[in-house]
Structure formats: structure tokens, C-alpha cells
Design a protein around this ligand. Structure first.
Ligand SMILES: [Zn+2]
Length: 291
């Protein structure tokens, strides 16, 4: 494996520190009530992510990086055609790539083949920083193609790509976390970036809530497309995918196999969601009494 110093010596340790910091912050200042064992989910999400991590390092980074070098040498792609100063190229990279990812996330929900894989991410029954690692390796394989095409069309510089990637991953960790930010700070951040409260709504079992807040770094794309939602209190959000709410159906083996099995109907109506919330609350209470 060829070394990519910016990723191997800077990005990875930095992201590991962000992960640990968010683990601590969400434990100290929790946003949503967690219904399942955090440790259990942490282990499951981590093991599930191992093949995905391997694909990221062996293909999802090196291939688009090679495409970026090739495009730069041959003057292919938008940013290679217009000679921008470094700072402007940096801003353009972040805006173009984050907007492209907004569409990619949208496609992961709307294209049935992609949803089969992205579904695995959404089946987490609680949402916290470990969910940020819970991606099926199949989704990563598709991402290699998406990222390579985006890099070529936009003419993203190789170093810019790596800087964007590290920021993108840090933003993913941040908005999946269960960290209760002071509401004033969250409102200020909400003017620019995707926050944990915003992304929590995207992980709801209710269709109109899931089909909102598709952004990763900036929240502007959801504003642009009128898909920004901040009007659902976190206590009213049931995390997960409606037909995949049984913990014993979400073991590691079943999660790896999930994209290749028949898919169940995706969404609950708001009434059904409320019903489901009551049912799981009841089940929890019954479990408590029976132990
Ligand atoms: Zn999603």
C-alpha cells in the first residue's frame, strides 16, 4: 500500500482524536435519550465498518487521488480550466464537493440499489458518533465511482481533495454525535454547518423527516432545495428505519447480508411512528420489570 502522508500521519490521528472527543462530549452532554447499549452499538458499528475502512484506504482515497493527479497533469476539469488563486480554489473545492455529496446522499436514498446499502447505516437504533462509522462496504465501493467522477469533472487538486476528505469525515463524526450543544451555539452553527440536531431528524423513521437535511458539511444546499428541517424536537424523533426495528434482526451477519436480501417497505406514517414509539416504550418497561 502506497503511503498518503497527509492521510496516514495527519488525517487519521486527527480524526481519531475528534472521535474520542465526541465520545466524551456525547457521554457528558447527551442530546437524545439512548435506548440501547452504547457499548454494544459501538462494537457492532466498529466491526461493521472494518471492510469499509479498508476500501476507503485502498480504493476510495487512492483512486480519486490518482484521478486528481491525472486531471491536473492534463488540464481536465473545471478548476483546472480557470486559474484561481489558492484560497479561491480551496473555497470552490469545498462548495463543489459538498454540494456533489448532497446529491450523492440524495441518490443513496432515492435509487433503490443504493438504498439497499445506505439502509444499513440508517438501521442503527440510536444515533451517536459510532453511527458515523456504520457504513456497509458496498456503499463505499459505489462511492469510489462517484468520487472519481466528481473529482474529474470539477478538476479538484490532489491535495485539496485530501484536505476536503479529512474535513468531510470530521463533519460526519460531528453531526452524527449525540452531543447536546447549547441551543444558542447550535443556532449560530446552523447558519453554516450541519449540526447533530439537524442530522438527528434525517435519521427519523418518518419519511418526510428522513427526506430532509441531506447535507454533510454545509446546510446551505438543504436551504437551496427547501429540504432543511429544524422543527422536530429530538425527543419526538424515533431513530431508525421503520421495518428494521428489532435488535435481533440487526446482528452483524444480518447487516452484512441486508443489501442482498428482499427489502421491506421503508417508512412509517407519523401516526405509525407514534404508535411504534409507544410500543417500544412499553416493551422496554416490560423488559425492565421482567429482569
Ligand atoms: Zn441518509
Amino acid at each position: 500500500m502506497q503511503r498518503i502522508p497527509l492521510i496516514d500521519y495527519v488525517g487519521r490521528p486527527l480524526l481519531a482524536c475528534v472521535f474520542v472527543a465526541l465520545l466524551w462530549l456525547q457521554w457528558r452532554f447527551p442530546l437524545r435519550r439512548q435506548h440501547f447499549s452504547a457499548l454494544h452499538r459501538l462494537v457492532r458499528n466498529f466491526v461493521l465498518s472494518i471492510p469499509g475502512f479498508a476500501i476507503v484506504r485502498l480504493a476510495m482515497l487512492p483512486i480519486p487521488f490518482a484521478v486528481a493527479m491525472w486531471a491536473q497533469n492534463r488540464h481536465i476539469g473545471l478548476l483546472n480550466w480557470v486559474a484561481l488563486p489558492g484560497w479561491a480554489a480551496c473555497i470552490a473545492t469545498f462548495l463543489l464537493m459538498d454540494y456533489a455529496y448532497w446529491w450523492w446522499h440524495w441518490a443513496n436514498h432515492m435509487v433503490p440499489l443504493f438504498w439497499r446499502f445506505h439502509n444499513v447505516h440508517h438501521t442503527d437504533l440510536d444515533l451517536d458518533v459510532s453511527t458515523a462509522a456504520r457504513f456497509h462496504f458496498g456503499e463505499m465501493v459505489f462511492s469510489v465511482g462517484f468520487l472519481s467522477v466528481a473529482v474529474m469533472i470539477f478538476g479538484i487538486g490532489p491535495m485539496m481533495l485530501l484536505v476536503f476528505f479529512i474535513t468531510f469525515e470530521a463533519a460526519t463524526l460531528f453531526h452524527h454525535s449525540n452531543w447536546r450543544l447549547p441551543i444558542k451555539l447550535e443556532r449560530i452553527l446552523n447558519l453554516i454547518v450541519v449540526t447533530p440536531r439537524m442530522h438527528g431528524i434525517h435519521h427519523s423513521i418518518v419519511q418526510r423527516e428522513t427526506n430532509s437535511n441531506w447535507g454533510t458539511i454545509f446546510c446551505w444546499w438543504d436551504k437551496l432545495h427547501h429540504t432543511l428541517r429544524r422543527d422536530v424536537p429530538q425527543d419526538a424523533v424515533t431513530i431508525g428505519v421503520a421495518p428494521y426495528r428489532e435488535e435481533h434482526e440487526l446482528t452483524l451477519g444480518k447487516l452484512f447480508a441486508l443489501p442482498f436480501r428482499e427489502q421491506m417497505l421503508m417508512f412509517a406514517s407519523p401516526c405509525r411512528a407514534a404508535e411504534q414509539r409507544r410500543e417500544s416504550e412499553q416493551k422496554r418497561q416490560d423488559d425492565q420489570y421482567s429482569t
